[in-house]
Design a protein around this ligand. Structure first.
Ligand code: NAD
Ligand code: ZN
Length: 358
């Protein structure tokens, strides 16, 4: 049996303020005859000046991704089916946006070459063929989706990623200028996703020197950005973008923990988005991550962020049951957080009591 995981990573990384301007040059060698380059762009950028900087050629296609809700398998299948019908073949998919758009781009790329529905590939190593060339360009930082080997999708039966060696991007473009104007709350929620990745990775039982090296650096950058800085300047953007990258690298070789396991339940039953959901949970995790929770609360106070409360107060028994099932099915997350005997610690009753506090 294989003992060590052999990780496929992103092939090419370009980093720097203004690096987005090099996109044309980066894409050029990947253009195949008349097959279009498809730019999948977060709908926030409709009528935004960034649109004029996208190096789209005559045959290319810009598609706006509706990110009101997190990506769904149906949304992926629809975009892939449209592209196949319209063009047959495409040169590549370039995702420009936050974690939702980057995940959509990865999934659409894979579904251009793999048969059936993306829902068939939710899980681990189910994807059979490499997708088409894919590029990720974050415009919000924190999720680490730019470096991960998954793309999280809500499907008919579960919220789960297409985890595979074919999933990571061929190229990412890390240009801190692109995240400058993200509204305060959103920047915080997504930034905290990174902070929580660090806490869960560093405090987890799966920790090793590889994950620790990235996790400690990412944590330090998050502390600079969210605790030390008085004003949000260019340096914050540079640091948060690298924190997201390093935080993603940290969990790649370890795992996330309690906040993610609980927040997945909220997402599945109530549609709570990833960043804010993690924050809602982290607010109550003093028992598991005392220092991290305390520091998190200081960050919330400093930036005067609203963390919603009372989400679970009117839930039905059926909804609670679903939430508990989804959450408890995330076995590696619990094992990382609480050790091999996690199920004895995190009983249904205990988890239910935690949900009732949210
Ligand atoms: P998001 O992509 O869902 O976007 C949040 C909001 O910000 C949207 O309304 C969007 O229109 C807007 N937006 C995007 N860029 C902006 C900009 N520059 N200025 C202003 N507004 C902007 O947010 P997110 O937190 O980055 O991503 C969350 C998603 O990432 C979830 O679907 C989650 O499942 C996924 N995720 C994936 C991984 C992974 O490894 N693949 C890891 C963590 C989270
Ligand atoms: Zn996360």
């Amino acid at each position: 049996m294989t003992q060590f995981r052999n990780f496929k990573m992103v092939d090419y990384v370009i980093y720097g303020r203004g690096s987005f301007s090099q996109l044309d040059e980066i894409l050029a060698p990947h253009r195949i005859n008349n097959a279009p380059m498809v730019f999948l762009v977060d709908h926030f950028f409709e009528n935004h000046p960034l649109l004029n900087r996208i190096p789209s050629k005559e045959n290319d296609r810009v598609i706006f991704a509706d990110t009101t809700l997190e990506p769904k398998t149906t949304q992926v299948d629809k975009i892939a089916a449209f592209l196949k019908e319209e063009y047959g073949k495409v040169s590549g998919i370039v995702g420009i946006g936050g974690g939702s758009t980057m995940d959509l781009a990865k999934a659409v790329s894979l579904m251009m070459t793999n048969e059936g529905s993306s829902a068939d590939y939710q899980g681990w190593d189910l994807v059979r063929k490499p997708g088409v060339y894919k590029v990720g360009i974050p415009t919000i930082s924190g999720t680490g989706a730019e470096v991960s080997r998954t793309c999280v999708l809500t499907g008919p039966e579960r919220k789960l990623g297409m985890n595979s060696d074919f999933t990571p991007f061929d190229q990412i473009v890390l240009d801190p200028e692109l995240i400058h104007n993200v509204p305060k709350n959103q920047r915080f929620y997504t930034g905290m996703d990174c902070y929580i990745h660090c806490i869960e990775s560093l405090q987890g039982t799966y920790i090793n020197e590889f994950s620790k090296s990235y996790g400690e650096k990412a944590l330090q950058l998050c502390q600079k950005v969210f605790l030390e800085k008085e004003i949000w300047d260019d340096e914050c953007d540079d640091q948060l973008m690298m924190a997201s990258y390093a935080g993603g690298m940290s969990i790649a070789y370890s795992q996330v923990g309690v906040a993610h396991a609980v927040s997945y339940g909220l997402a599945y039953v109530l549609g709570t988005k990833h960043g804010i959901g993690n924050c809602i949970v982290m607010d109550h995790l003093g028992e598991y991550y005392p220092q991290g929770t305390d520091e998190f609360k200081r960050m919330v106070d400093k930036h005067q962020i609203d963390i919603p409360k009372g989400l679970c107060k009117d839930l039905t028994e059926d909804q609670f049951d679903k939430m508990l099932n989804v959450s408890l099915s995330m076995k590696p997350l619990w094992e990382n957080a609480l050790g091999k005997d996690w199920a004895k610690v995190m009983t249904r009753e205990k988890l239910r009591a935690l949900y009732e506090k949210l």
